[in-house]
Design a protein around this ligand. Structure first.
Ligand SMILES: [Ca+2]
Ligand SMILES: [Ca+2]
Length: 236
């Protein structure tokens, strides 16, 4: 039985509605003191994933950090910098800190979803700078994310102006093999091709990354990603 047929059986067994799921874009940042402007001597490190859900109009933020010099005092998404991937900007979201971010600790994890349809999601100055309405701020934030003009920063008690940061960079959505920003059964053909013939995938889906099929994040596209792909399709 072909891989494709096997996956279809798995998907049907999972009871998938096979309807379009959320329309999303994914951004990632690696945090470090060297990324600060100017750089800090911090040896702390961390990783941030931000997912914009265009249907729910939410920002899902997941972060982890280790080895801060002192307790975290706040964490925010800053923007928009005048130029992509350089410079500084004030906080774009949620003054004085992302809600429920672990403060007073040197290591931690964070997972929260922010409703982008309310003024509470943004710093007041960012709303004004964007044009004055929540809608303006929403559009500016999304454009800034897409343009590489926003960064995630953690401040600490010893480095209150920022200890580590990382610019948010757009990445392909895991499982989105045709790069339409939605994961549907329309991605099965691309997934199978990425798995079995990456060269053919690159030709058929130009500009779309075969590594979107690396569902388990081990940097390789293998049969070990099939289960995760089926779960994405079935929402389980
Ligand atoms: Ca897709
Ligand atoms: Ca993999």
């Amino acid at each position: 039985m072909s891989i494709r047929n096997r996956m279809c059986i798995l998907i049907m067994a999972g009871g998938a509605a096979c309807s379009a799921l959320a329309h999303e874009q994914l951004f990632r940042a690696e945090l470090g003191g060297a990324n600060m402007s100017p750089p800090t001597p911090s040896t702390a490190h961390g990783h941030v994933t931000v997912i914009v859900d265009f249907d729910l109009v939410t920002l899902h933020v997941q972060a982890s950090f280790d080895d801060l010099s002192s307790g975290a005092t706040r964490a925010r998404i800053h923007g928009l910098t005048p130029i992509a991937f350089e410079g500084v900007a004030a906080s774009a979201v949620l003054d004085p800190s992302l809600p429920s971010f672990p403060l007073g600790v040197t290591a931690g994890i964070y997972d929260a979803t922010i409703d982008l349809t309310t003024a509470d999601a943004y710093s007041p100055a960012f709303i004004v700078a964007s044009g004055g309405t929540v809608s303006d701020a929403l559009n500016a934030l999304i454009a800034g994310l897409q343009q590489g003009r926003t960064y995630f920063q953690i401040d600490s008690s010893l480095m209150p102006s920022g200890e580590v940061r990382g610019f948010l960079v757009q990445h392909g959505l895991p499982g989105d093999m045709n790069c339409d920003e939605v994961i549907t059964v329309g991605d099965i053909a691309g997934f199978v091709l990425a798995l079995t013939d990456p060269a053919a995938y690159a030709i058929q889906y130009p500009g779309c990354d075969e590594h979107n099929a690396d569902i388990n994040g081990d940097e390789f596209v293998t049969v070990g990603d099939i289960g995760g792909f089926v779960s994405l399709l079935t929402g389980r």
